[in-house]
Design a protein around this ligand. Structure first.
Ligand code: AMP
Length: 305
C-alpha cells in the first residue's frame, strides 16, 4: 500500500462527520455548494444494512458531497407500531456510512425536526397513498403523511441535487417522486433495486426482530413473489397470486395484503399488459411486519420491442 492509499484507507475507516443541527449541516455543505458541486442525499432510519449501503455507494459515485440522514421519524409510525423498539446503533451506522462513502451523517434530535408548535403536514393524497395500507390498526394514513413531511424537510435542510431511495419501499418511492414533482423540489429522485440476503429475504432493519424459526418462515415472502413473476405470464395474474398465497400459507403466513398494481400510479390491474406491474405484499412474521415486492416488466412485443 503506498502512502496515498494508506491515507485513503484511513479516511475510509474514519467516521463520517456527525451533524445534529440544520445550521451545522448548511455550513458543512456551503463549500460544495459554492463550488457548484453536486450534493447527494440518502435518507435512512439507521441500523444500516447492505440495502442502505448500496444507496450511499451510488451517491458517492455521482456526487461531490454525500449526506446520509439518520432519523427514526416518530410521525410515520402508527400507534400500534414499533417506534420504541426500533433498532438503533449510531456508532455502527457512522462507521458503515463512512466506509460506503458518506461524508456527513445528519442525525438531528426529534426537537430539531419537530420544534414546539410544529403544525404543518405534507400530504400526497389519492390512490398513491390510499392503497396497500394493510391493517389500519397497525399502519394508518398518518404513515405517508409522516414520510412526505420529513422528506420535504430533509430536502429543504440538505438541498440535494439527487436523493436515493430503495425499491424495497416501492410505494414510498412513488409518493416521494410525486411530492417532489408537485411541490417543485429541484431534486432528482433515484430508486435502486432491492438488496436481498442469500436466501432471498429482502434486507430490512426489522429483520432483527425475527427469531430463528420466523427468520426461516420469512423466506416464503420472496418465494411467493417469485412464483407470481414466473407464473403470471402463462397462467394469468389471478392464478399466480393464488399460488403465492398458497406458498405463504404453507409457511403459516397470512398476508395483510398481496396485490398486483400498476407500478407507476398504483391503479388496480387484473392482467399483465403494456405497463410495468408491481406485486407487493405485507406480512406479519412473528414480531416483524415485513414488506417486499417485485416489479414485472412488460414482455417485449412486435409493436413494442
Ligand atoms: P429505512 O432506513 O428502512 O427507512 O430505509 C432507508 C432507505 O433504504 C429507503 O429508501 C429504503 O427503501 C432503502 N432500503 C431499505 N431496505 C432496502 C433493501 N433491502 N434494498 C434496497 N434499499 C433498501
Amino acid at each position: 500500500m503506498n502512502l496515498l492509499e494508506l491515507v485513503d484507507s484511513a479516511n475510509a475507516q474514519g467516521d463520517a462527520k456527525l451533524l445534529r443541527a440544520r445550521g451545522e449541516l448548511r455550513d458543512a455543505l456551503a463549500p460544495t455548494r459554492r463550488e457548484g458541486g453536486a450534493i447527494g442525499l440518502v435518507p435512512t432510519m439507521g441500523c444500516l444494512h447492505e440495502g442502505h449501503l448500496s444507496l450511499i455507494r451510488a451517491a458517492r459515485a455521482e456526487c461531490d458531497a454525500v449526506v446520509m440522514s439518520l432519523f427514526v421519524n416518530p410521525t410515520q409510525f402508527g400507534p400500534g407500531e414499533d417506534l420504541e423498539r426500533y433498532p438503533r446503533d449510531e456508532q455502527r451506522d457512522l462507521r458503515l456510512a463512512a466506509e460506503a462513502g458518506a461524508d456527513f451523517v445528519y442525525a438531528p434530535p426529534v426537537e430539531e425536526v419537530y420544534p414546539d408548535g410544529f403544525a404543518t403536514q405534507v400530504e400526497v393524497s389519492g390512490e398513491l397513498t390510499g392503497v396497500l395500507d394493510g391493517d389500519p390498526a397497525r399502519r394508518g394514513p398518518e404513515h405517508f403523511r409522516g414520510v412526505a413531511t420529513v422528506v420535504a424537510k430533509l430536502f429543504n435542510s440538505v438541498g440535494p441535487d439527487v436523493a436515493w431511495f430503495g425499491q424495497k419501499d416501492a410505494q414510498q418511492a412513488l409518493v416521494i417522486r410525486r411530492m417532489a414533482r408537485d411541490l417543485d423540489f429541484p431534486v432528482r429522485i433515484e430508486v435502486l433495486p432491492i438488496v436481498r440476503e442469500a436466501d432471498g429475504l429482502a434486507m430490512s432493519s426489522r429483520n432483527a426482530y425475527l427469531d430463528p424459526r420466523d427468520r426461516e418462515r420469512a423466506t416464503a415472502l420472496s418465494r411467493a413473489l417469485r412464483l407470481v413473476e414466473e407464473r403470471a405470464p402463462a397462467e394469468g395474474l389471478a392464478a399466480a397470486l393464488a399460488a403465492a398465497r398458497a406458498e405463504l400459507s404453507a409457511a403459516g403466513l397470512e398476508p395483510e395484503y398481496l396485490e398486483a398494481r400498476d407500478a407507476e400510479d398504483l391503479s388496480p390491474v387484473s392482467e399483465l399488459g403494456r405497463r410495468p406491474v408491481l406485486v407487493a405484499l405485507a406480512v406479519q412474521v412473528g414480531a416483524a411486519r415485513l414488506i417486499d415486492n417485485v416489479l414485472i416488466e412488460p414482455r417485449p412485443t412486435q409493436e413494442n420491442p
